[in-house]
Design a protein around this ligand. Sequence first.
Ligand code: Y12
Ligand code: CO
Length: 167
Amino acid sequence: MLLEILTYPNPELLKVSNPVKKFDRHLHFLLDNMAETMYEANGIGLAAPQVGHKVRAFIVDVAINKGDQNQLREFINPKISHGSGSIIFEEGCLSVPGLSEEVKRKEKIRIDYLDRFGKPQTLETEGLLAVAIQHENDHLDGVLFVDRLSPIRRRMAKKKLSKAITL
Ligand code: Y12
Ligand code: CO
């Protein structure tokens, strides 16, 4: 089932999400629907608050080349640690259509999280997957990629967005 993706400036996108407590069929239904919605929108990441669910869960699939096998990953109640290095990547967001900006993030990260069955998992990763994870993890704290820009670039980006909205 396709879900509605909330877009900027919806205030729901700015709220802090709550930890997942039940690893039941409702959670699995949400994760499955998020994956269907992300693939349909040609996205590589989607967080639960972007589809109106204020819970700490997101999905990522950075297999961006057509024909690549899906590499869907699900992260629940994630905690990022041991960030090192830095990487600048041009980011877009399904909740901020029409805007892409270069954002600086950690190049390598470690993430501790739960899978859809509540089992603890750890991943150490770098590059695009690390960028996507940091971007989606921000959504769980109500932070959008425009909030990671310098104050000047943020003001310019927000001007662009309000122009696009009033058009
Ligand atoms: C690197 C960069 C961004 C992420 C977060 C996940 N982002 C997405 O899945 C974005 C998908 C997407 C964005 C689009 O818009 C722009 O880029 C401006 C788009 O095109 C339009 O909306 C017209 C299509 C998909 C992770 C890692
Ligand atoms: Co996003």
